[in-house]
Each structure stands twice: as C-alpha cells, then as structure tokens.
Design a protein around this ligand. Structure first.
Ligand SMILES: Cc1cc2nc3c(=O)[nH]c(=O)nc-3n(C[C@H](O)[C@H](O)[C@H](O)COP(=O)(O)OP(=O)(O)OC[C@H]3O[C@@H](n4cnc5c(N)ncnc54)[C@H](O)[C@@H]3O)c2cc1C
Length: 580
C-alpha cells in the first residue's frame, strides 16, 4: 500500500508517525517507516523517570492548544496587483494555517513550543509557491520594485531560528516556498555531475538518483524533509561526510536569483584556480542574499556494498582515543558516531520487551561484558559504523577497524547493533514532540571541537547543565549527553542533547530558550566553534559577533549590499541580525 507522505504541520516528521503511550505505560512509534515502529517499548518511561529523577504520569499529557490566532496579513496592494498581473497562474496563499507553517523552523523552545503552546509574535503575510526560475526572477524583481521582504523557505527543518521573522520588519513579508523547484534538470554520468533544482528534498533527490544508479551521499538526519537550497544556505553536513564530503564539497556551482540579477558561480570544474570565488560565500548565506534556484552537484555510483558495525569501549575516553587515531588513517568509514553512556542507554530504552529467550541472552551479554571484558556498564561508550565501497574495500575496513578497536580496548559488537544505532536517529527525531507532551523539554545542538578540547568542553557543558537546573529551580535532575558524529584530522563535530522536566515550572518555553542559549554560549566560551553545521540564524548571532573579526563582517555586508541593496531578502540571519 502506498504510504501517505503528509508532513506534520508544526512538529517533526510524517503525520502517520508519532510516539504514543499505552495504558500499561509502554510507548510505541506508530506507522511502519522505521525499524522501531509498531511494537511496544516498556523501558522508555522508566528510563525517563530514572534519568530525570521524576515520576511521569502518562495520563497527564501536555496537549497542544488550538492553533494560535495569526494576525491579519499586511498587504502591499501595488505588489499584489503587479504579482497577479505578471504571474496569474502562480499559487499563493494568505491562509492563516499555511502562513504559520512558513513562519518557523524546528527549534524546540523558541519555535515548535511557541507555535503549539503559545503564540508566534508574527507570521508571514503571504506564501508564494515557486515552481520555476522564471517565476523566481519575476517575484524578486517585483519585491524589489515594491519594497517587499522575501524569505526563502525550503523544508523548514533548520534549528537556528533561520525562518523567524525579524521583529523590526515593517514591510509585507512573503515566504517563498521552493518545494515546486524539485526537478533533476540533467545528469552527466560520465563526469559524475547532476544539475538539480534547489527545492528538492533529500529523499526525493536520492530516489531519483538511485533509479540511475547514483547517489550524492549527502545524508543529514533531516534528509526526508530538508532541501538542497536549505543545505547550501545553512552549510549542512551529512552523516556520511567522511566518504562524500560536506555540502560545500558536493555542490560545485550555484544559481542565485538576486534583486540585482541572476548570480551564476563559475562553471563546475572539479577544482579551479580562478582568483577569488563567490561560490564559498553562498554556503551559510541563510537566505540573506537571494533565492537559490539550482545547483550542480557531484554524484557517485551507488556503492557496491554497505555494511554496518558497532564497537563497545570501556569508557568515552578510550572511544575518543580510537577516533583520534582513526582520523589520521586512510580507512575512515563513511560514517562513525561515538555515543556516550547516557545516549547509549537512551537507545536501549527504545527496544521491545524481551521474551524469556531474549532476557536470558541479554543477561548473558551483560555478564560477558562485566565479567569477561571487565567493563563498567555505567561508563561504556559505543561507536556505530557504516562502511561503503566495493566488497573488498569494506572487508579491509572491517579488519582494520577491528584491529584499531582492540588496541583501544574496544570490541566489535556486531552489524545488527550498528545498523540499529545508525537508523535510530531518524526515529529518535520524533521523540522531542512526545517528550514535550510528557513535560520534558530538550534540544540538540552541535559544535566543532579541536581534539585537545573534547573532554574539557564536555565537562564544562555537563557542569553548565547542572548549574542551569539549579538556577531555574527545576524538578528532578537534568539529562545531558553527547555524541561525536564527524571526524576531521584536527577535531570533531559533537552534538549535545539535554532534557529538563518542566511540570509545574512557570513559562517552560522561556526556560528552554534561556537554557539553550547558556549552553551554546558555554561551548564557545570553552573553545568550541559557534556551530559545525546548524548555522547561526537568530540563535547564535551574538556568539558570532564575539568571534568574527570586524573586517570579515564588513566584507559580507559589502556582498549583501551589492546583491541586495534594498534588503529584499530581509530575514536578518547571522551577521545581519539587527534584533530588538
Ligand atoms: C531532526 C533534525 C535533524 C537534522 N539533522 C541535520 C544533519 O544531520 N545535518 C545538518 O546539516 N542539519 C541537520 N538538521 C538541520 C536542518 O535540517 C538543516 O539546517 C537543513 O539544511 C535546512 O534545510 P531546509 O531545506 O529545511 O531549510 P529551511 O529550514 O527551510 O531554511 C533554512 C535557511 O535557508 C534559507 N533557504 C532555504 N532554501 C533556500 C533557497 N532555495 N535559497 C536561499 N535560501 C534558502 C531559509 O531562508 C533559511 O534561512 C536537522 C534538523 C532536524 C530538525
């Protein structure tokens, strides 16, 4: 039966997929899209209770309020008339529900919580559904002529406040939904290049390419919903970047429609020395410069073999030492992620009830780990691995990884666990909305750390989480965990996930916003990057200001003024934030 791919309106994911709780307190992920769908997980609520030190009442759900009212749209009638005359067939909408959807991304406290439980300060005035480049050029020209603000909208999955409307914007604001720009325009198999329209989602792109035996290899956790234009704009990174590169390695040229004309970056050669280039300045442009309409991307043949593996380490320190040595080798797998003990236990809590056989097996495994391997289960860290290539390449990687793991007292824990761990990410994305209903608010944010800062920043973030908990007088204990997801010779990308119980707390949404900001600030203060790939948006502009040399900001501003002198693309992300 064909799946209904309707997206959830404001929360995460597909409408047919959500966590529910049964009267016996087990939880279940509905639908059949992911490996963990369709069975009862009895350990999850007890895990939440033990970790947060609170009693959760599954009957006391924090259900969303009816959709918050949206103020009547501002209308620039001269613009609306000109738009109607120039593009009579274009689809537009002033429906409150559609405008609301296009006015936020997926950040927890500042966006999803506000939409579902409170109210957004303002929504876009019109949604324009863009279907081709000519339409884009006409729309941008008219917005420039009539002083209208345009905000490009891809999949709406960013988590940096990139789609939040600037409070000081007085003009009519139009969200430009790009999902009609979704065609693969050409494929050159010999040169391993494709030209793709920017509104295509990762899922549709990969399906179209797979039919031709190709892949971009770009696989962010949001691949089902995020778009090519969004990836370029936020400077995204996929889980398999070790093999395929980050988005800036995959995209070779970009077309951008701006108020001063169409910007084409140089011809997409594999590499070229042609003076200063504009292309790199579009990665991370966050909707401030224009509308990206298409790009040329590198593709590779689908790998002959994909294999999974997992490694258990006695503690995170030995896991990191393994990753450090691996990062200097030539056999880094397509993806390798090291999770700390808290995240490992989180994953275990999402398992079905074991039968008698399963309980015995799990007890034996525990005894083996504790008594034979002499590992303290409460400190154990786990790496999940994806290898891609020819069968022989994968075989060699397996052997070398196993040898390196043994050197760091790790031991291989099997392909099944590796596959489960890798794919769990897609399903775990749904848990945020479920936990919010259980009065648990949380967020995941990332950074880049040099090797010599990993442990000290992790300690600082754990300490800051505890301070935040105390300062806000929150019930129970906080949850904080980390995972290393991307490797570089000089350092790593680390994700932190925190959770707080907010039953009985006044204004929980604001507490979550303040906690997010304090944690992100602590990362930078202790030597981490502003962001590895989520970008700056509205949430990290003050942190960027602290680290960005003034001349750098001036240069970016000069580019903006050249491309968009009247600030049509007035979303005000990153250095352009003018805040209230
Ligand atoms: C569960 C989850 C998992 C995630 N996993 C990852 C991950 O693994 N890796 C990663 O990098 N990120 C990840 N993200 C963050 C997010 O998916 C990325 O930032 C993504 O690149 C945003 O793409 P989008 O199409 O949704 O853009 P949107 O959210 O719609 O927009 C983001 C910004 O880009 C601008 N923009 C969008 N399209 C265009 C265009 N055509 N032209 C000009 N500007 C445009 C918008 O104006 C906005 O400023 C995740 C988010 C969630 C919620």
């Amino acid at each position: 039966m064909a799946q209904d791919n309707k997206k959830s309106e404001h929360g995460w994911g597909f409408q047919d997929t959500r966590f529910i709780v049964h009267p016996d307190r087990s939880v279940e992920l509905t639908g059949g899209r992911y490996e963990i769908c369709g069975f009862r997980m009895p350990d999850f609520i007890p895990f939440v209770e033990n970790t947060l030190g609170v009693k959760v009442d599954p009957n006391d759900l924090h259900e969303r309020n009816p959709p918050s009212p949206v103020a009547a749209p501002r209308r620039n009638t001269a613009f609306m008339d000109a738009l109607q005359a120039a593009l009579p067939d274009a689809r537009t909408s002033e429906e409150p529900a559609e405008r609301l959807v296009h006015s936020h991304g997926q950040a927890t406290g500042d966006e999803v919580y506000r939409v579902l439980y409170q109210q957004l300060p303002r929504a876009v005035d019109l949604v324009f559904y863009c279907c081709d480049e000519l339409e884009a050029q006409t729309l941008v020209r008219l917005a420039h002529e009539h002083d209208v603000c345009l905000i490009p909208y891809g999949g709406g999955t960013n988590v940096s406040g990139c789609l939040q409307l600037p409070e000081n914007e007085t003009r009519m604001v139009v969200a430009v939904n790009t999902q009609g720009l979704n065609k693969v325009l050409w494929v050159n198999k010999e040169n391993r290049q494709v030209c793709v329209e920017a509104g295509i989602t990762g899922r549709d792109l990969e399906l179209a390419l797979a039919a031709q035996g190709l892949t971009t290899g770009h696989e962010p956790d949001s691949v089902e919903f995020s778009t090519l234009g969004g990836w370029i704009s936020t400077n995204a990174s996929g889980m398999k970047k070790n093999r395929y590169g980050n988005i800036e390695d995959i995209v070779e040229s970009v077309s951008l429609v701006t108020p001063t004309g169409q910007l084409e970056t140089l011809h997409p050669f594999p590499r070229q020395s042609a003076g200063v280039q504009v292309r790199p300045m579009l990665f991370g442009s966050e909707g401030n410069f224009g509308l990206i309409t298409k790009a040329v991307m590198r593709v590779r043949p689908l790998p002959e073999e994909r294999a999974y593996q997992s490694v258990l380490f006695p503690d995170p320190e030995r896991g990191v030492a393994f990753m450090y040595e691996l990062s200097n080798s030539s056999y880094v797998p397509a993806s390798i992620r090291l999770v700390d003990n808290n995240q490992f236990r989180f994953g275990l809590a999402l398992k079905p009830a074991a039968g008698v056989g399963g309980r015995i097996k799990s007890q034996l495994q525990k005894l083996f780990i504790q008594n034979i391997k002499r590992i303290d289960i409460s400190r154990m860290a786990v790496a999940t691995i994806v290898m891609e290539g020819t069968a022989r390449e994968v075989e060699v990687q397996q052997t070398l990884l196993s040898e390196l793991a043994a050197k760091h007292q790790g031991f291989m824990a099997g392909a099944h666990n590796g596959k489960r761990g890798y794919n769990l990410t897609f399903a775990i994305a749904y848990i945020r909305d479920f936990l919010t209903k259980l009065h648990v608010l949380g967020e995941t944010f990332e950074t880049t750390l040099p090797w010599d800062k990993i442990h000290s920043v992790n300690r600082a973030i754990i300490a800051e989480t505890e301070r935040i908990h105390k300062d806000f007088g929150l019930p129970g204990r906080p949850f904080i965990s980390y995972r290393i997801t991307q490797l570089y010779p000089t350092g790593v990308c680390v994700y932190y996930t925190y959770g707080i119980y907010t039953r009985g707390v006044a204004n929980p949404g604001q507490v979550a916003i303040d906690a997010d900001h304090r944690l992100r600030a602590a990362v930078v203060e202790h030597g981490g990057a502003v962001s590895h790939h989520h970008g700056v948006g509205k949430f990290r502009h003050d942190l960027l200001k602290k680290v960005l040399p003034a001349q750098n900001a001036d240069l970016v501003m000069a580019l903006k003024n050249t491309l968009d002198p009247k600030n049509v693309f007035g979303v005000q992300n990153g250095v352009f934030f003018r805040g209230s």
